[in-house]
Structures are given as C-alpha cells and as structure tokens.
Ligand binder design. Sequence first.
Ligand code: PLP
Length: 400
Amino acid sequence: MPSINENFLSMEKNYLFINIAKKVKAFTEAHPDADIIRMGIGDVTQPIAKCVVEAMKKGADEMGVKETFRGYEDSGAGYDFLREAVSGYYKSFGVDIPADDIRINDGAKADCGNIVDIFGNDNIVLVTDPAYPVYVDTNLMNGRKIIYANSNEKNGFAAMPDENVHADLIYLCSPNNPTGSVYTKEQLEEWIRYAKKNKAIIIYDSAYEAFITEENIPRSIFAVEGAKECAIEMCSLSKTAGFTGMRCGYTVVPHELYVTASTGEQVSIAQLWGRRQGSKFNGVSYPVQCAAAAVFTPEGQEEIKVNIRYYQENAKIISSALDEMGIKYTGGKNSPYIWFKCPNNMGSWEFFDLLLEKANVVGTPGSGFGKNGEGWFRLTAFGDRERTKEAMERIKKLTF
Ligand code: PLP
C-alpha cells in the first residue's frame, strides 16, 4: 500500500471556491427561482478580443497544413515570437527584460505552485495575510514552515517586512488578490532591501498589473532597482486579456538571480527552473501562443483595454455604492477587486450567508484568504455591467 503525502491532511479539505460553490448549490436547490448574481470567483466575463481570436484561428489552420504543422516546441519555454512580444510589452512600461529570461506557461497558478519544486523544504516561507490561497497551499503540501506578514486596515492591507523576522522565500502580490491594495515603488524598495539582507527570494505575482491606473505604482517588481538579483515575477493573460479559458501566462526568472547551494556552488535559479520545467512541462499549444502574441500587438492592446475599462467601470459602481453606504473598503482603483469591511462587525461567512439569502448575491468571504481576512469580504468587478448594478442596488436595500 502506498503511503500518502500526509502534509495534505493538515490542509483545508477543499479549495475555498469549492466550499463557496457547495453553499451556492445548496441554496439554489432550496430556492430554485432565486435570481443569483455571482460576484465571488474572480473570473472574467467579456469575450476575447477579435484580433486575438483571429490569431488563434490562423495558428490552428497552420497546424492542419504539412508545411506549417508544429509538434513539440523545442525549448518548452515558449516560442521566440511570444517571448519577444512579452519582452516588448515590459519595455512599453520602461522595464528591460530580455526574452531569454521569460518562460511561457499555461497560466500563473501552475507556476506559482510549481516554483516551489526548486526550493528546499527547509525554507521559511513568508506570505502576506490575507493572500491568494495557492501560496500557502502549495507550501503546506511540501511541509514548509510558513510565517505571515499582517495586511490589515491599519497598513491599508499592504503588509511590510518585520526586520526581526527571517524568511527565505517571500510571496508578494500587487495589485493584490483579494484586497485590491498595491505596493508603491518605495514599499517595494523596502521589500527588496529586506530580501537582500535575508538572502531571500521574492516571488512576485503581478497577475493584475494591467488594472493599475496610477502612474507611480510599479507594474512589475523589475521596475524597482535591485529586484533582478532577488525576485521572480509571475504574470498571466487571464485577467489582462480574458484568457482564463485559454490558459497562457509567463514567468520571468532573471539571469542575474543566483543562490548558494550547501556545497558553496553558485546556482542559477533560471537554470534550475528550466531543468524543472524541462522534465515536467511540455509547453503551451501553438494556437494559444499565437493568440497570446496578438495581445501584445498595438491592435491587441487597444482591444483588451476596452474590456479592462469595462471592468474598471464596474469597480467604480461597486465602490460608489459602498461610499453611499459608508462602508470602508480597499481596492477598485488599481484592481478589479473591492475588499470591504462586513457591516455591523459581522464575520465573513455570516455576511456571505446574509448576502446570499437576502440579496441573492454571491461574494467571497475574506476569511478564506487568511486570518486577517476575517470580518472582510471581496466582490469582483469582472461581472456583467447590468448585473453588477443590480447587485449593488440589492445590497443598498439591505438593513444590517
Ligand atoms: N495569481 C493571482 C493573484 C490570481 O488571483 C490568479 C487567479 O485568479 C492567478 C495568479 C492565476 O491565474 P491563471 O492561472 O489563470 O493565470
């Protein structure tokens, strides 16, 4: 009989959104006529840009012709045309990332989880709390020690390092899921300084960078001096270009990033990551990479911005309603998430139930993202315009 990885036994039985889906299913069965508005899971709703769809069709057509058919991609790191396109995209906001430092993947979730393969299980992992659950879960699976940096109302849900605490791996996400908060350049400088002092590596998740509206907020950690010697960045086309069902993202591991092995040998993190991916990942499909490259063309950028603006307008509708109700929140400005305090000191799940029962609106309980999320709640701006308006009208009518 095989033994199991018993680290799984110390984890929550289900991923947060499976628990929410179960509750909603039970409610729907009991109230089949309820008109439920879903603002829980952060999935996009607007169709993919036309030029992106055309590029994918063209890529698919090429696969049906002998002369242009493609099998395995040689490197598994992504076609040069896409890596160059991503590199050009970074350049458009002033960040110099060579195409060779970029690896294409099937979305940021996989890389966020898989990157831990190249690090020892004795590392101390620092996660800001609340956080995207993948950072905690994937480290728990390997039995790593996790410590937390508190994001809370006092620091605007932008946790900063504690000089008295040591960490080896640090997860940062800006714009943040779930809180919608962002780090300024100065705050990231502080994290970089802390990482260098601790010889730590920052795993930086920039999946929502396209939602940044303020000029002084970095769209990449590599916009900050010194990051290339201590950070890895993960980004995704899921929210930027509606790729949640297409699956494509990219990870930047700078060639400057090295760690010292126990033998004293200087080891390139990019080399280790390439070795890991070479054995466990066979690349992203050619038509999807063609589609992804179209996102970075001038036409693609124009088209995707239409959808981003649409979601940003939804965010305004949500935050204006909360303003009217006098409810405190973060996010919405540089992020598609609005994170607010549950009225009347209600607990997150208590408020979830109330919202579902009284307004038939589904949101995400903040406590599902960590202990500092208790008493807070997340709504997403990724919904349909009319449904977002309707949801906020229903919420405004509630008495707490
Ligand atoms: N990172 C963050 C912070 C997210 O919220 C998500 C998805 O919701 C992802 C990464 C993963 O996105 P994907 O795997 O679709 O690229």
